[in-house]
Ligand binder design. Structure first.
Ligand code: DX5
Ligand code: ZN
Length: 229
């Protein structure tokens, strides 16, 4: 599982409100070596900003073959997960801080045959995940490198070490790092165990998305494997 680094471009850093532009962006990402597309759902409650809901996910699903990596920054995700599963999420991530019954939420996601993710905010300790990781219900841990709510923020120091802590707790879970990922910190993040790199500003502000995605994947040895396919 560790031999491939997957890159998940975060669409909110692009011109996502213009549907014709988004369709073009998706086609370009498909040709650029991205494995999936990261979709940040913000409800204006769990985070200040509001982005889109399941209708937009449905629109994306109808316009790409990329896997949909849906990151729910919403309070009480148990009330809405069914809509996102129906809309076509392939990975559905909820926040540890957003629900009182994480286990049940993850069980419901996994019962639908898609991957279940748990995201932790910068101030949430990785140790909080110990029991839920042991339960086997988590496919992806999303370690936030910034406070959730916006793209283009600076990486918070210490977030890479949190990736290493999660890898220590679980050798097999996918670890996604989300927020502030750039060409400089990508290497250490992969070395510490991240195998999904979410990236908004670094990809969409670059002149050549394909080259940037390739550079994010890089060439490192991890557990004896090369990170490239
Ligand atoms: C932050 C979002 C991130 C964000 C990443 O709330 O979860 O996915 O879009 O963007 P960059 O890579 O620009 O920090
Ligand atoms: Zn995100």
């Amino acid at each position: 599982m560790f031999k491939i680094t997957r890159v998940s471009p975060s669409i909110i850093a692009s011109n996502w409100q213009d549907k014709n532009e988004v369709i073009k962006t998706l086609k370009e990402l498909e040709k650029s070596g991205a494995h999936m597309v990261h979709l940040d759902v913000m409800d204006g409650v769990f985070v200040k900003n509001k982005t889109f809901d399941y209708n937009y996910i449905d629109f994306i699903k109808n316009n790409t073959n990329l896997l949909l990596d849906v990151h729910l920054m919403v309070a009480n995700p148990e009330n809405v997960i069914d809509e996102y599963i129906k809309a076509g999420a392939d990975i559905l991530t909820v926040h540890y801080e957003a629900t009182k019954d994480l286990q049940k939420v993850l069980e419901r996601i996994k019962a639908k045959g898609i991957l279940a993710g748990v995201a932790i905010k910068p101030k949430t300790s990785t140790m909080k995940l110990k029991d839920i990781l042991a339960s086997g219900l988590v496919d992806v841990v999303v370690v936030m490198g910034v406070e959730p709510g916006a793209s283009g923020q600076a990486f918070i120091p210490g977030s890479a070490e949190k990736v290493a802590e999660v890898r220590e707790l679980d050798k097999n879970v996918f670890i996604s790092i989300d927020g502030g990922v750039n060409l400089k910190n990508a290497k250490i993040l992969k070395k510490f165990g991240a195998n999904i790199l979410v990236s908004g500003a670094t990809i969409f502000n670059s002149k050549n998305m394909k080259k940037t995605i390739k550079a994010l994947k890089g060439r490192i040895l991890f557990n004896g494997f090369n990170s490239e396919e």
